[in-house]
Unconditional design. Sequence first.
Length: 186
Amino acid sequence: MKVLAITGYKSFELGIFQQDHLGITYIKKAIRKRLVPLIEEGLEWIIISGQMGTELWAAEEVFELQLQYPHIQLAVLTPYLEQQSKWNDNNKEMYELILEQADFVDSITKRPYENPVQLKLKNQYIVQKSDALLVFYDQEKEGSPLFMVQEAQKKIEQGNYDIIYINSYDIEDIVNEEQFNNILWE
């Protein structure tokens, strides 16, 4: 696998409204836990669309991992131009920093938001350009990742595509592991 797409819940879908929310730490650790073996097996590119939440947290993890694995590259393929135009200032600032550090940035439709078709095109394009999808998603808790998962499932039917899930149980395991380690070292 050379190219991995990453998506997942948006921050508001998780009830996360502050960038210092403890849950972000555990989500990022879950992302890292899935990424490191893939990188060590030859992963070269990670693609996100730049959505708030899981995708931007994944980008921050990629930048951290680039210190140890400098060959890893991040592409941000936005569904439309100026997707951050209605975001608050803190989210815009985080987004701009990620775009500045990304290895490749482009907009799929090359125009500002017009209609939901642009989001569908984004999902199709990113799945088409990747070898697998890493997604933070629980099938019991539907949300925005469902649409990318559905595109990925279509590609699986055509052959040679994988979906790697991170779910709430994975996050819970990381929390429990952290708490256990904290008890051991107190």
